[in-house]
Design a protein around this ligand. Structure first.
Ligand code: ZN
Ligand code: MN
Length: 481
């Protein structure tokens, strides 16, 4: 058994309309090489000009992650040769990044964990290689799409504070939530606008030095991140168990085979020959500018969760679940505004609505029903028009058809039978048909009454008001309620 040490490097594309150094569109999904110009193609004689909106979003990301913002930062050239990089260097930030020293808290196994953020810096995207085969190794040729080249990107580097593959996944879920709340990135992993690389090493418990690490790339989902790290824990444990040293390298995750494969020995910073970009002036921010952007940030997940606890009296667990998606938190609040009873609404949203969302495989913001629709349903349950259980069925139907709860209840005749006369007749019938259990109840066997209630519910196809049935049975059999 070894202590697992994980640090992450996250890249997130910023939500700007145009690229970082030119006016080309950043829209995803256009035909290859239709959103390019001499600047983002790196043609000689062109000059980059910083997109101010990219700077604003990068600073806001840093603030949302609890970072200090450097009043003075600059851009550097990171030199490496790869076909998707037309200039043969990436404009990035080296020794003076925009943001430093942040932290993110998240929950793992009932415990609050804290991960320090070393830095957040601003840089440009490279183009995208499109391989003729399934992957680079098995391809005859590759084509390059430069539409993505020059899209603004932030790189977030954590300290090696994560202690298990599961923690790495939970941290990423929280980080994604924060970036989405802050409105700085759409964080679509499937479109590549959020990417994560992981550094992982193992050491015997008690040791304080870091050992050689592997950097794992090509992690296309949070699940892939956790699986790849679990594989690395097994691989590196076996090496250490055999008394050998892990070789520092960069590894590629193969999701189908469930293994990481060594691509190259890991390069060090000096291999990139960083130097300040002479085409760009340093970034100088005023305290006033930073404060303006700080004020513009919306309420973030942790703040919202704290408010849900104090304002609505929700348990911490509910507050955390509800705020894990901004769409879900907004839906909850809007439903409470209409219906009241925060804990009731919370239960329905966290359990029933969430279940339908999961089953449909959609995001919460694509929910086909509105908070007013849920409030309408809860009103019917509260008034006793339908039972809680029938309410769940109605919700499912609302989800499928988009009809209102009231319409579904009317169309399908789901109203609970609360008419005493009608119920009395059915109760009499059940008493007449079940002499055995009836005698049991008269003899004081409490359990038998449940059976009789069940019989009434069966005859009424679940529509009888169970509380009234219970009372009626007690009155008739024992003379009291
Ligand atoms: Zn361009
Ligand atoms: Mn980078």
């Amino acid at each position: 058994m070894y202590e697992v040490i994980i640090g992450l490097e996250i890249h997130a594309e910023l939500l700007t309309d145009s690229k970082i150094w030119c006016g080309c569109s950043t829209r995803f999904g256009a035909d290859a090489n239709t959103q390019v110009c001499p600047i983002c193609l790196g043609l000689p004689g062109t000059l980059p000009v910083l997109n101010e909106r990219a700077l604003e979003l990068a600073v806001k990301a840093g603030l949302a992650l609890g970072c200090e913002i450097n009043r003075f930062s600059k851009f550097d050239r990171k030199n490496y040769f790869y076909p998707d990089l037309p200039k043969a260097y990436q404009i990035s930030q080296y020794d003076l990044p925009l943001c430093r020293n942040g932290a993110v808290e998240f929950e793992a196994n009932g415990e609050i964990r804290r991960v320090r953020i070393n830095r957040v810096h601003l840089e440009e995207e490279a183009g995208k290689s499109v391989h003729s085969g399934d992957n680079i190794m098995g391809s005859e040729y590759s084509l390059i799409d430069y539409n993505r080249g020059g899209v603004p990107l932030i790189e977030i580097v954590t300290e090696p504070d994560l202690r298990s593959p599961e923690e790495a996944r939970l941290f990423m879920e929280k980080l994604r939530t924060i970036l989405l709340y802050a409105g700085v990135s759409d964080c679509r992993m499937e479109e590549g606008s959020l990417r994560v690389d992981a550094n992982i090493s193992l050491r015997p418990f008690g040791e304080t030095e870091l050992r050689e690490r592997a950097e794992v790339k090509n992690l296309n989902s949070f699940r892939a991140l956790q699986r790849a790290l679990e594989y690395e824990v097994r691989r590196q444990s076996a090496i250490l168990d055999a008394g050998q040293r892990v070789e520092q390298d960069t590894r590629h995750w193969n999701d189908q085979k469930g293994v990481t494969i060594s691509m190259r020995s890991k390069e060090d910073a000096e291999d990139y020959r960083y130097f300040p970009d002479p085409d760009l002036v340093p970034v100088v921010l005023t305290e006033e500018q930073i404060e303006t952007w700080r004020r513009e940030l919306p309420e973030l997940p942790d703040q919202k969760a704290a408010r849900f606890i104090s304002q609505y009296g929700l348990p911490a667990y509910d507050a955390r679940v509800l705020t894990s998606s901004k769409a879900m938190a907004d839906f909850f609040e809007a439903a409470v505004e209409r219906f009241g009873e925060p804990k009731t609404v919370s239960n329905w949203v966290m359990v029933e609505v969430q279940r339908l969302v999961n089953e449909a495989g959609i995001e919460f913001d694509a929910l086909p029903i509105g908070p007013g629709d849920l409030a309408g349903l809860l009103e019917l349950v509260k008034r006793g028009t339908i039972s809680n259980n029938v309410g769940k069925e109605v919700l499912e139907e609302m989800f499928k058809t988009g009809k209102s709860a009231a319409d579904i209840v009317k169309e399908r005749g789901l109203e609970q039978i609360s008419d005493t006369g009608e119920l009395e007749a059915i109760v009499e019938q059940v008493i007449a048909e079940n002499p055995g259990p009836v005698q049991d109840v008269r003899d004081g066997k409490e359990k038998a009454i449940g059976f009789l209630v069940g019989q009434v519910m069966k005859l009424t196809k679940g529509k009888a008001n169970p509380k009234m049935v219970n009372e009626l049975l007690r009155q008739k059999l024992t003379g009291g309620a």
